[in-house]
Design a protein around this ligand. Structure first.
Ligand code: TYD
Length: 135
């Protein structure tokens, strides 16, 4: 399974650094929602779901964490996200888990659609069944 990182250009000068995220430019979809998670506990993983249609890009703008991505056939564990200029593309129908958050971790996520609980698959067996049904 291919893990797709997006490297963002850093517009840096003597005053500091700046990164711009733009739909259809460095983000491969229309950005309809942005959310962020913080104050995370190192020992409490999150995620454990896939989306039927949603596409997302996750960026650790502070600190770091790890991701597991699973397409139903193959799992890639311990994907490190630890840089404000590195995005992880999470396609639809990819089971994902996040863990090993640093104390200062701030994870920002850009999403291709509004929040919709009916787009979530939160049961792993259901995810596998849905994945097979789609083929
Ligand atoms: P959840 O998807 O379980 O978080 P994670 O994937 O990080 O484990 O979401 C936690 C709660 O927040 C849940 O009650 C749904 C709510 N929520 C929203 O209201 N809007 C959003 O955009 C997101 C992502 C979650």
């Amino acid at each position: 399974m291919e893990v797709k990182f997006i490297e963002f250009d850093i517009k840096g000068d003597e005053r500091g650094k700046l990164i711009a995220l733009e739909q259809f430019k460095n983000i491969p979809f229309e950005i309809k929602r942005v959310y962020y998670i913080y104050n995370l506990k190192n020992n409490i993983p999150r995620g454990f779901h896939a989306h039927k249609n949603l596409q997302q890009v996750a960026i650790c703008i502070r600190g770091g964490c790890k991701f597991l991505l699973d397409n139903g056939k193959e799992k890639v564990k311990d994907i490190i996200l630890d840089s404000p200029n590195k995005g992880l593309f999470i396609d639809k129908m990819i089971w994902h888990e996040m863990y090993d958050f640093s104390e200062d971790c701030v994870l920002i996520v850009l999403a291709s659609d509004y929040y919709d609980e009916s787009d979530y698959i939160r049961d792993y067996e259901e995810f596998l069944k849905f994945q097979k049904g789609e083929e």
